[in-house]
Design a protein around this ligand. Structure first.
Ligand code: 13P
Length: 281
């Protein structure tokens, strides 16, 4: 069932849990993710990133997601990751995306507000949701290098009051890609944001390689969406590497998919919140 970011984040809020955002790159990763999601019966955000768009995949990936979502009762969000502006948001909304991100985190605040408002209005006219970002995320994703700035708390309320996004990604020391050393998160910034007026559900980018206790703490403090890309890609590539010697195409794909599904299940069990951690679900 195709649905919006707003809907799944309302559910996450009720459960004090987080919804996984998984970046998708091909049919096999979508199938592998859905196997994990079906096993866990948990909503999912299937996200098309800028790398997939540059590779010319967006039309095909959106068709695959719409088809697969129509065949399941699990809520599935078709999402644009790190959207670059109004035109791109319109392009994917015309394809049937239910939610878009506009990432203006590297722009001056006024400019971020101006474009975020335009994209929000556009998304709303399609019945879609919008995620915005304050404080940029470090690391490299799809060839784009992030700035690694902690969210400036004085900007949060003015931004939220002006834009009213459905979700807000904040920089707290997180980065895209695998961490070389254990990351250090400024959890107080999550706490402070959550106390602000009209704050929407908060988003943590760069989920890959984050130690489980840090994820748990982030969820306890109010993170409601967690993005994971690199760990799924690594699992897929490892699966191919482990079987490539056999030169047997479909068993190779099957093994790679199973590796991805294992990561998906592990992440969902972590993101489902304290009921699962305490063995009550
Ligand atoms: P990772 O690749 O570090 O999991 O980050 C994914 C992400 O934040 C996508 O927006």
């Amino acid at each position: 069932m195709l649905t919006t970011l707003k809907d799944v984040l309302t559910f996450a809020e009720e459960k004090n849990a987080a919804i996984p955002h998984f970046n998708i790159d091909n049919l096999e990763t979508i199938e592998a993710i859905m196997d994990g999601v079906e096993a866990e019966q948990w909503p999912v955000i299937l996200s098309v990133g800028q790398g997939a768009i540059k590779a010319g995949q967006v039309v095909y990936l959106s068709d695959l997601v719409k088809r697969i979502a129509s065949e399941t009762d699990i809520p599935v969000v078709l999402f644009l990751d790190h959207g670059i502006g109004y035109e791109q948001a319109k392009m994917v909304l015309d394809l049937g995306f239910t939610s878009v991100m506009f990432d203006g985190s590297r722009l001056p605040l006024e400019e971020n507000i101006r474009i975020s408002r335009q994209v929000k209005e556009l998304a709303e006219s399609y019945g879609a949701s919008i995620e915005c970002e304050l404080g940029s995320i470090g690391g490299v994703e799809d060839g784009m290098k992030g700035g690694h700035n902690l969210v400036d708390l004085s900007q949060v309320e003015p931004f939220v009051q002006a834009v009213h996004p459905d979700a807000l990604a904040i920089g707290i020391g997180n980065a895209h890609g695998m961490y070389k050393a254990a990351p250090s998160f400024d959890f107080d910034r999550i706490r402070a944001c959550r106390q602000m007026k009209d704050i929407p559900p908060l988003v943590l980018h760069g989920g890959s390689g984050t130690p489980d206790p840090m994820i748990r703490k982030a969820i306890e403090l109010g993170i409601r969406k967690i993005n994971v890309a690199t760990e799924l890609r690594m699992a897929f590539m490892e699966g191919l590497e482990e079987t490539v010697g056999k030169r047997d195409f479909y068993p190779m794909l099957k093994h790679a998919k199973e590796k991805v599904t294992a990561v998906v299940v592990q992440k969902i069990r972590l993101f489902r919140g304290s009921a699962v951690w305490e063995g009550k679900e």
